[in-house]
Design a protein around this ligand. Structure first.
Ligand SMILES: *[C@@H]1O[C@H](CO)[C@@H](O)[C@H](O)[C@H]1NC(C)=O
Ligand SMILES: *[C@@H]1O[C@H](CO)[C@@H](O)[C@H](O)[C@H]1NC(C)=O
Ligand SMILES: *[C@@H]1O[C@H](CO)[C@@H](O)[C@H](O)[C@H]1NC(C)=O
Length: 970
């Protein structure tokens, strides 16, 4: 770097530094709070992760951020982190890489909120202890290209929605407890998806599960698969002939299943290196593999093929290293040409009916290690005396010969094969390293090696004494510039019970006696994400990192509780116990806490210190805890000038958090406080609801006897205010858009929230508008969860606001979503008239009903009622449709009112038919623009929903906290 460049860089740094206002967090507040909620469920996370620090300041191991302070990468492979994955992870909406691999202490289910991380390209949880089903919501991750869920304890079936991951290249579900059949689409557009739709995917690794059913329909010639690993399952039925059309295929493992019928024509699989069909129930003749010129390994053992002589390809496929057809009903002589194949290492033809003479006298592959011909009908042998490796003839008539009988071929001998291990020759003497440390084969010093097993599921060779192959692997590992290790020690090389080649790796740190956490998780990720590529003859691999001892030793400074404590908690079994411990730990940490702490996300704060009945800490989706001090300081001690509204429950203040985010704070006054369990239910409910047309909860405060809810600040005021103040500015089309937005928010609550939520207080003062007039439904303070009892009717005390109240609900006290629809109809009539629902003693619904006149082609009979600001629009057909819809919504009978989803569709259609300013029909673009740039046309009423988690643990009981949100007129 020359002086000039350096100056420029310095200048740039200064500019960057000065553009960040002092004292501001680098990290986006939502991300910071979500990460802290994730941390709150983990122990033994990296010590660089602190409760007061800033995740994007560059010092946090495993975290990377965008320039805008959004967390884009979370990679903590192999760090012995323990705990469960909080659903708050779903709030890290800019996340691109998520790698939690090789943390066996991570357990519990994968949260469905992972489906919110639509920017994810890489999701890896390999080698953890996650259980439960694979969330179907993963099907939302349209950018996902790498999905590794292997070596966990996942149960249940593969969700069909995985078939929607059109960008997927790598799909590894291996080594779990998955059951059922592989989902196959019904072929209809918009119908049931299936894995046959994954035409870009190159890797299907499903081996070692309990999958069953037929594979028919799963494969087609559009697929790009190069590895199909389906071994060790319970698949049945035929091998689908379409497999023979996937010409890129290199490895096909269907062994250890229950597949039946003949092997289909595989003539086109000219790139295949490995073919494993062993241990099935295949019938018909042995497959003809003569076109597979690059085939290295073939295993057809233990099927029920028709008797046949040795196939021609035994002598023509010059790259064969291993041929296994045990129990294959082969007859006739073993062709002599087989042993001459130049790469041949292993032949297993046991349990056949080969007869005649075994001819091994001509040229024999110099690489041949083992020939197993036990239990055949061979009468004579003619073996080249130079061949000194294994030949097993036990169980053949030839062994009745007096000389052979005593020889090596006719007696099973313990094989004394010295399998490969890295040489320690360089080091003069066996070093006595401290316990748990190992000797570095290159430097001969002692260090804590990071180790793990590397498992090759389809190596192209069989010879474990092949020094060249393993040295190539060793060199590739120690010289890989990414890995940055000083040396590699390979040992315990063997074929495991699944007939995979397993190698134990010890990797040594480049300096010192141990790796730090960032180095280990980096290396773990290189393996888990397949960034490290072994020499090609090793084929597809997976890696499972062992626990790294230095991270366990003494529990680490940041370990919140020891394994012993966790065991104790588990034994104690009480949620309360856990909560109390967490509260205790939190209190301890509070003491040490930096006073300048800006973001405090611990949702357990002061939970449980209140009453005995407060139960466990709330389950929050991203909402964060605010200290009383924090809220006090951002409202100047709740001064009047910050007050924006008030009601029976207390007051609403505006405020600006330290990170610049504007919020609305609802502070309950003492008389309207609710019990801790009700407050907890309330915030749990509110934190679960996320939609662009709903005002979202940012957090809460529950300490020093205060109950406050912190909402996003919506700058444009209420719809009511806008109708009054900006009447003529709100032209007809703007009103349609506001109607659509609020209808969408409400439809979400009714139809997509789980369990559904009834708002119970829809009115024009509860619909807020932002600067762009986007409508946001506010205040679920009265909301009721639609309990699944009584078919959607919730019997309850009547709540709501006069003028908006559903008369049927009022009389029967049976609450349903249709009560909200009624209130929404009243809001629509407010849009039409500009009037309040009850003005000068007149009720808008009754008035409109009385004057409505379908014969009036001008104003539909509403000339006297219509808001003068929209008088021109009131002469259009669109206006009539709107009034008709509003009147359906306020129908006396709840059953006759439309559902909110229908209202959404209707209003969308109205917008589509609205001419835009210059008279052309631009409906499509106007509606789309409203939905948000870059999204598809609004063909679906929920095209802009965010999917939220679907397991609500809290019971009945959204409370009557804070009746409603009224903005004080200025
Ligand atoms: C197998 O398929 C190839 C190419 O599609 C074709 O030429 C050949 O005749 C088929 N063999 C049999 C036995 O059907
Ligand atoms: C064939 O089946 C037998 C008996 O179940 C088993 O011992 C043998 O390992 C199998 N052979 C292969 C190559 O899988
Ligand atoms: C067989 O393998 C050798 C290397 O092992 C390779 O160079 C050659 O191209 C292969 N043969 C064919 C037909 O691909």
């Amino acid at each position: 770097m020359d002086a000039a460049t350096r100056r420029r860089v310095l200048l740039l740094l200064l500019v960057v530094a000065s553009s960040v206002p002092a004292g501001l967090c680098l990290t986006n507040a939502q991300d910071a709070s979500a990460l802290r909620a994730v941390m709150s469920q983990w122990s033994n996370y990296p010590s660089t992760w602190t409760t007061s620090g800033d995740p994007c300041d560059g010092s946090w191991d495993g975290i990377q951020c965008s320039n805008l302070g959004r967390i884009t990468s979370l990679r903590i492979s192999s760090l012995s982190v323990q705990g469960t994955l909080s659903s708050s992870v779903g709030q890290l909406s800019e996340l691109i890489f998520l790698d939690l691999s090789f943390n066996t202490g991570l357990s519990g289910p994968l949260p469905t909120s992972l489906g919110n991380l639509v920017k994810l390209t890489t999701l890896i949880v390999a080698g953890c202890s996650f259980s439960g089903g694979i969330p179907k919501e993963l099907g939302n991750l349209q950018k996902l290209s790498f999905l590794a869920l292997n070596s966990n304890k996942f149960t249940g079936t593969i969700p069909p929605q995985i078939g929607l991951l059109s960008a997927l290249l790598w799909l590894d579900l291996a080594d779990n407890l998955l059951t059922g059949s592989v989902p196959i689409s019904d072929g209809k557009t918009g119908g049931t998806p299936g894995l046959d739709m994954l035409t870009n995917t190159e890797h299907f690794h499903f081996n070692k599960n309990q999958l069953s059913g037929s594979l028919t329909g799963l494969f087609n010639s559009n697929m790009s698969l190069i590895h199909i690993l389906f071994d060790s399952n319970q698949f049945e039925g035929p091998i689908p002939p379409e497999i023979g059309s996937i010409v890129k295929l290199k490895v096909l493992r269907l062994d250890r299943n229950r597949l039946a019928g003949p092997v289909p024509n595989m003539t086109n699989l000219v790139n295949l290196n490995e073919l494993h069909l062993a241990n099935n129930k295949l019938t018909g003749s042995l497959p003809n593999l003569s076109s597979m010129n690059v085939l290295n390994v073939v295993d057809l053992s233990n099927n029920t093929f028709s008797p046949s002589v040795a196939p021609n390809w035994f002598t023509t496929l010059t790259n064969l290293t291993s041929v296994s057809i045990s129990n294959g009903r082969l007859i006739g002589e073993v062709p002599a040409g087989l042993f001459a194949l130049p790469q041949l290492q292993e032949v297993v033809l046991s349990n056949n009916q080969h007869n005649g003479t075994l001819e091994m006298s001509g040229s024999i592959s110099t690489k041949l290690q083992s020939v197993d011909l036990r239990t055949n009908s061979i009468l004579n042998i003619n073996v080249n005396p130079d061949y000194k490796k294994e030949l097993v003839l036990v169980g053949n008539p030839a062994c009745q010969d007096e000389v052979l009988k005593k020889g090596a071929y006719c007696n099973i001998q313990p094989r004394n094969v010295v399998t490969y291990r890295t040489s320690m020759n360089r080091c003069a003497s066996a070093n006595s390293c401290p316990s748990n440390q190992n000797q570095n084969p290159t430097t001969c010093g002692c260090a804590y090696a990071y180790s793990g097993k590397m498992v090759f599921r389809a190596p192209l060779f069989k010879d474990l004494t092949d020094n060249d192959a393993f040295q190539e692997l060793e060199t590739s590992l120690s010289k890989d510039s990414n890995l940055r290790v000083s040396a590699v020690y390979l040992n315990d090389v063997h074929f495991n019970n699944d007939s995979y080649l397993q190698v134990q790796l010890d990797l040594f740190p480049p300096s010192g006696t141990s790796f730090n956490k960032s180095q280990v998780s980096f290396i773990g990720n290189l393996f888990s994400n397949q960034i490290y590529k072994p020499p090609s003859k090793f084929g597809p691999y997976f890696f499972i990192g062992d626990k790294y001892l230095p991270f366990l030793a003494s529990g680490g400074k940041n370990s919140k509780f020891s394994t012993g404590a966790i065991a104790g908690i588990a034994a104690g079994g009480g949620v309360l116990v856990i909560a109390l411990i967490l509260v205790g730990l939190f209190a301890l940490r509070q003491k040490r806490r930096n006073r300048k702490l800006k973001v405090q996300a611990n949702p357990f704060a002061s939970w449980g210190t209140m009453q005995k009945d407060s139960g466990g800490a709330p389950q929050l989706k991203g909402a964060r805890f605010f200290s009383f001090e924090e809220l006090k300081s951002c409202t100047e001690n709740f001064s009047d000038s910050y007050e924006i509204g008030s009601g029976g429950y207390g007051k609403v203040y505006k405020g600006t958090l330290v990170d610049g985010i504007r919020v609305a704070i609802k502070r309950a006054q003492s008389g309207s406080m609710q019990g801790a369990p009700e407050f907890k239910n309330e915030i749990e409910l509110l934190s679960r609801v996320h939609h662009r047309n709903l005002v979202s909860l940012i957090g809460f405060c529950f300490e020093q006897g205060e109950q406050m809810l912190v909402y996003e600040f919506v700058a444009g005021g209420t719809l009511r205010e806008n109708l009054v103040v900006r009447g003529s500015y709100l032209d007809w089309k703007k009103r349609l858009r506001i109607t659509l937005g609020s209808a969408r928010g409400l439809a979400y609550l009714h139809e997509l929230a789980d369990p559904p939520i009834i708002h119970r207080d829809i009115k024009s003062t509860n619909i807020l508008l932002d600067e762009n007039l986007k409508a946001k439904v506010a205040d679920f303070g009265l909301s009721k969860l639609l309990a699944d009892t009584e078919k959607g009717h919730v019997s309850t005390q009547v709540k709501g606001t006069l003028g908006y109240l559903d008369p049927e609900y009022y009389m029967t006290q049976q609450l349903s979503e249709k009560s909200d629809v009624y209130s929404f109809g009243v809001v629509m009539l407010e849009m039409v008239s500009g009037r309040q629902p009850i003005e000068k003693g007149k009720y808008i619904v009754r008035e409109v009903r009385q004057v409505l006149d379908p014969a009036d082609r001008e104003y539909y009979g509403l000339r006297a009622i219509v808001d003068p600001a929209i008088r021109d629009a009131a002469r259009t057909a669109g206006f009539r449709r709107y009034v008709q819809l509003a009147m359906q919504c306020v129908d006396e009978s709840a059953a006759s009112r439309p559902a909110m989803g229908t209202v959404v569709k209707e209003v969308e259609a109205m917008l589509l038919n609205e001419p835009d300013g210059d008279g052309t029909n631009s409906a499509g673009s106007s509606a789309t623009e409203f939905v948000g740039a870059g999204r598809g046309p609004p063909s679906h009423p929920y095209s802009d929903v965010e999917i939220t988690g679907s397991t609500y643990a809290g019971g009945e009981g959204a409370s009557d906290y804070m009746p409603y949100f009224e903005v004080k007129p200025k």
